[in-house]
Design a protein around this ligand. Structure first.
Ligand SMILES: *[C@@H]1O[C@H](CO)[C@@H](O)[C@H](O)[C@H]1NC(C)=O
Ligand SMILES: *[C@@H]1O[C@H](CO)[C@@H](O)[C@H](O)[C@H]1NC(C)=O
Ligand SMILES: *[C@@H]1O[C@H](CO)[C@@H](O)[C@H](O)[C@H]1NC(C)=O
Ligand SMILES: *[C@@H]1O[C@H](CO)[C@@H](O)[C@H](O)[C@H]1NC(C)=O
Ligand SMILES: *[C@@H]1O[C@H](CO)[C@@H](O)[C@H](O)[C@H]1NC(C)=O
Ligand SMILES: *[C@@H]1O[C@H](CO)[C@@H](O)[C@H](O)[C@H]1NC(C)=O
Length: 570
């Protein structure tokens, strides 16, 4: 069962991550059971749907779930199923739906005087709390454990929660011996996020470093170009990179910049397979983000069944212009980040004003300052003055770390009203088997549990959506104001409205439907196609408005490929 548990925990990360600024610690926030209730109901919903798809018993579905999982997850899954399996099976056999079973496990509850949260249509007859009580009373042993009633206290699931907590609370490379904030691993804030370190024993050696001693022996900047050309006696770095104008890229952002993506196959029972979960560990260790394929720092094509679409990024364009920029990227984006938290998060940006080359920084927080799951959502939004101050403080901090000649682009918030417009009459992947579930039904369910990633935008209340967009517009103006009034010393700066409109227009011009660029599972982020388009639009803007920021083409690119092949890869 735990594959489904994990997938649902994943789904719910979308949910509580924005609410709690990227910290997983408060698992269980919300009302009427909150995250725990939603995880339980969605997982059991999947079990139910699996038995429909494969025309097998619930027992078989539970076993199928565990057997598909990789490594340690399989073990924990079995522990959980051994413990809860008979209980769950008994529930389903007696005709109870996931809402009932999760109430009986005390993970969901009804609060008097408040709306009741149900993901399945209620069958007539006996009430859910009553059915739940009956089920519980048939299983005295499980009943004993239910004194605790937190999902992370359950056998097997406890271990999975621990893994997730470790990953989601850390935003520096886990393995980084020289503490230069660049690591050699891929996941856990390693090279998926920041160029790979080519010497993890020396802090002087890292992507973006200035060349020292012509890199004739040591590859200080990790761009894969070093050593001497014995034919001419010149250092390769001098020969190929002397005349080029080096520029790295960094993004300070939220889950959009980090490229949050939950594979659709994890929630659509028809697409469950071993292949769909093969890379589960990797995906979780990257916090369900895909920075290696994002609009700003994308640098690899991944051919897993979990993701589809082209990779085009600002980084790969800087690399195309000049291969000397190889590996000089940093994705400092955290799911759920808002402008206040960014002041802390940005401390993990690594740049030395003297010893590193200039950087192009994209500061882009597109929604969390207006998005939260509270019923009184407006009271929990960042105010205009706070926003202005937070951006101003971030710009001041950048002045202390950026080398002279750097550039900064800030963006405004996205117009989240579009999400509802694009998706409201589509079926959510979870509802493609069995009882259909539309996006508005999913939104209402999450709102009811007070764990919506964005009450203001993911709602069928048009007034609420409009008011939220109005506040987003005001906050964008504050970002613009701070950006244009700040007197920077080491970089030049400009502001850009988040180009959601332009991206949609471009996609439509290519023959697409606007909803196709939104993530299907969360209905809240842009997907791989959207990322490639965002990068196209930003690059076109830079070329048109800031041509002097962009390096010129390095005439030695072909030579670099000839001598250094893939420059050490990523
Ligand atoms: C499902 O399985 C049952 C019993 O094994 C069988 O009688 C039934 O025809 C199957 N239904 C489908 C649609 O395959
Ligand atoms: C490259 O620049 C270095 C340092 O400025 C200089 O010593 C060297 O002669 C230059 N080499 C070439 C080939 O231009
Ligand atoms: C990804 O694949 C496409 C098409 O094969 C190619 O043009 C592109 O350069 C690749 N991108 C990266 C980052 O490898
Ligand atoms: C936001 O998008 C909606 C359509 O989805 C549109 O009606 C509204 O005018 C837009 N608001 C702004 C400020 O762009
Ligand atoms: C819609 O949202 C607005 C603004 O929060 C609120 O005043 C109104 O009562 C809501 N309407 C419904 C039907 O809930
Ligand atoms: C920023 O806002 C202040 C106060 O409203 C105003 O005086 C100033 O002109 C604005 N600056 C810019 C660049 O918009």
């Amino acid at each position: 069962m735990s594959k489904a548990i994990i997938s649902s925990i994943c789904l719910l990360l979308v949910v509580f991550v924005p609410v709690i600024d990227g910290r997983i610690a408060r698992l269980g926030d919300g009302a009427n059971g909150g995250v725990d209730c939603a995880v339980c109901s969605i997982v059991l919903g999947l079990v139910d749907k699996l038995s429909i798809v494969y025309n097998t018993s619930i027992v078989n579905s539970l076993e199928r779930l565990c057997s598909i999982l990789p490594g340690e997850y399989k073990v924990y899954c079995k522990v959980a199923v051994d413990f809860l399996g008979p209980y769950i099976v008994d529930g389903f056999i007696k005709g109870d739906n996931p809402d009932v079973i999760c109430h009986s496990l005390k993970l969901c509850h009804d609060t008097p005087g408040q709306p009741k949260c149900r993901i399945y249509p209620t069958n007539s007859g006996i009430s859910i709390p009553e059915r739940a009580k009956n089920l519980r009373e048939r299983h005295p042993l499980v009943n004993l454990l239910l004194m605790k009633s937190k999902i992370c206290d359950f056998p097997g699931i406890k271990e999975i929660c621990k893994i997730l907590e470790n990953v989601f609370n850390n935003h520096l490379p886990l393995v980084d011996l020289d503490h230069d904030k660049f690591g050699v691993e891929t996941t856990l804030r390693g090279s998926s996020w920041r160029g790979k370190d080519c010497d993890d024993a020396s802090a002087k050696v890292h992507p973006g470093a200035r060349v020292a001693n012509s890199d004739s022996i040591i590859d200080h900047n990790c761009n894969g170009i070093f050593g001497m050309d014995s034919a001419t006696g010149l250092a390769w770095e001098d020969k190929f990179c002397n005349d080029s104008q080096r520029l790295g890229i960094a993004v300070l952002g939220d889950s959009i910049s980090a490229h949050f993506h939950i594979p659709e196959q994890w929630l659509d029972a028809r697409e469950f397979s071993e292949a769909a979960f093969e890379h589960l560990g990797f995906i979780l260790e990257n916090e369900l983000d895909w920075p290696q394929m994002s609009a700003s720092t994308g640098h690899v094509n991944v051919s897993w069944p979990n993701i589809e679409g082209p990779v085009r990024s600002l980084y790969s364009r800087l690399f195309e212009l000049d291969h000397c920029n190889h590996r000089d990227y940093q994705n400092i984006a955290v799911n759920g980040a808002r402008s206040g938290a960014m002041l802390d998060i940005m401390k993990s940006l690594s740049r030395d004003p003297q010893n590193d080359v200039p950087l192009l920084v994209i500061y882009s927080l597109v929604g969390n300052d207006v998005c939260n799951g509270h019923p009184d959502t407006f009271d929990h939004m960042t105010t205009v003055e706070e926003m202005r101050q937070n951006v101003y403080n971030a710009l001041e901090r950048l002045d202390t770390v950026l080398p002279k000649g750097s550039h900064v682009v800030t963006t405004g918030l996205a117009n989240g009203s579009m999400l509802y417009d694009l998706l409201h009459n589509h079926i959510h992947p979870f509802g493609r088997v069995g009882v259909p579930l539309t996006y508005p039904q999913m939104y209402d369910y999450l709102s009811c549990l007070q764990i919506s990633p964005c009450n203001g935008w993911l709602t069928s209340n048009a007034t609420l959506r409009d008011l939220t967009t109005q506040h987003a517009v005001a906050l964008s103006a504050a970002v613009r104001n701070a950006s244009l009034s700040y007197q920077s010393r080491n970089y030049d700066i400009d502001y850009l409205d988040f180009p959601f409109d332009a991206v949609i227009q471009e996609w439509v011009a290519q023959g697409g439907q606007p909803w196709q660029i939104i993530e299907s599972v969360d209905g809240f982020h842009i997907n791989q196609y959207g990322h490639a388009l965002v990068s196209d639009v930003l690059w076109a803007w830079l070329q048109k408005e800031k041509p002097h920021w962009l390096p010129s083409v390095n005439p030695h690119n072909a030579d670099i490929e000839r001598v250094f092949k893939d420059q050490g890869g990523y």
